[in-house]
Write a protein that binds this ligand. Structure first.
Ligand SMILES: Nc1ncnc2c1ncn2[C@@H]1O[C@H](COP(=O)(O)OP(=O)(O)OP(=O)(O)O)[C@@H](O)[C@H]1O
Ligand code: SF4
Length: 274
């Protein structure tokens, strides 16, 4: 009989990757998770961005601590129904402004512990928010997940050429480690004016879609810059975005993206391994 582990009850594992920092990987992870919860799924977010954990802040969970049970670490829940569980290095730091300056082996050991020791219980989706680029954290995550066959990766980019060129390296990493790519999300794709709803392309647009076409990868969608999102996650705090996500401007976009992610993970042959 197969050994029961803390990941045994997790049906689907999806990594969220980006070539560059600051393109919105944690924002996409958070909104993908919230839209999966809205569809009735039980979701976990594991934040393995050890040097810049931003998931606790986005979910309004800053200052929360994880507790140890006999089975391992108990994740922190972002909602009353306990449909969205979260584990982040941010919960283990005594001060959120503390920095984590660790060498590779210590990071690798922490990720192994994260993947083995968090008691997620039954989850439909575990989303793993990774640091930008391809670092020790990525390699450790992939190695420790081998026996669970992750469904694939959602790759986040912005429309500018420099972000796109970094994504190419990310795609080559996925190919090397045989991680299927579910698709590409182009974040910060234009700015929708809150007054007249006109969408202005601040950066060049369509780069993410063109790159996805070039690689034969699915383009999952464009997410514009929404000042409302920034206000809610950066200033309102206290999980205001978790509570008001369904009324937010970006909700319809993430509803479509998450629907496609569910379809792709239900029929894995549609994910690209190029
Ligand atoms: N579509 C959007 N509209 C408005 N603000 C956004 C959007 N996407 C991201 N942001 C803001 O941009 C900043 C960077 O986003 P985020 O932290 O998600 O990026 P990241 O790629 O995870 O960064 P890092 O790699 O440094 O962890 C955050 O302040 C976030 O609130
Ligand atoms: S997009 Fe429309 S409302 Fe916004 S600043 Fe321009 S003209 Fe004014």
């Amino acid at each position: 009989m197969a050994e029961t582990t803390n990941l045994s009850g997790v049906k689907h594992i999806v990594l969220v990757l980006s070539g560059k920092g600051g393109v919105g990987k944690s924002s996409v992870t958070t909104q993908l998770a919230l839209s999966l919860v809205e569809k009735g799924h039980k979701v976990g977010i594991m934040d393995v961005d050890l040097t810049g954990p931003s998931i606790p802040r986005m979910l309004g969970l800053d200052g929360h601590q994880v507790h140890q049970s006999s089975k391992g670490w108990v994740p922190v829940y972002a909602d009353d129904k306990q449909s969205l569980a979260c584990m982040s290095i941010g919960f283990l730091l005594s001060n959120k402004n503390d920095s984590v300056v660790w060498r590779g082996p210590k990071k690798t050991a922490m990720i192994k512990q994260f993947l083995q020791d968090v008691c997620w219980g039954e989850l439909d989706y575990l989303l793993i928010d990774t640091p930008p680029g391809t670092s020790d954290e990525h390699i450790a995550t992939i190695e420790n997940l081998k026996e669970y066959s992750p469904d694939g990766a959602v790759v986040v980019t912005t429309p500018q050429g420099v972000a796109i060129s970094d994504v190419r390296k990310e795609l080559s990493f996925c190919k090397k480690v045989k991680l299927p790519v579910l698709g590409v999300v182009e974040n910060m794709s234009g700015f929708v004016c809150p007054h007249c709803t006109e969408c202005t392309n601040i950066f060049a647009s369509g780069g993410g879609e063109a790159m996805a076409n070039e690689y034969g990868i699915e383009f999952l969608g464009r997410v514009p810059i929404d000042p409302g999102f920034t206000t809610m996650v950066e200033t309102d705090g206290e999980g205001s975005y978790v509570k008001s996500f369904e009324k937010s401007n970006l909700f319809p976009i993430f509803k479509t993206i998450s629907k496609r992610v569910v379809e792709l993970t239900s029929s894995p042959s549609s994910a690209s391994s190029s």
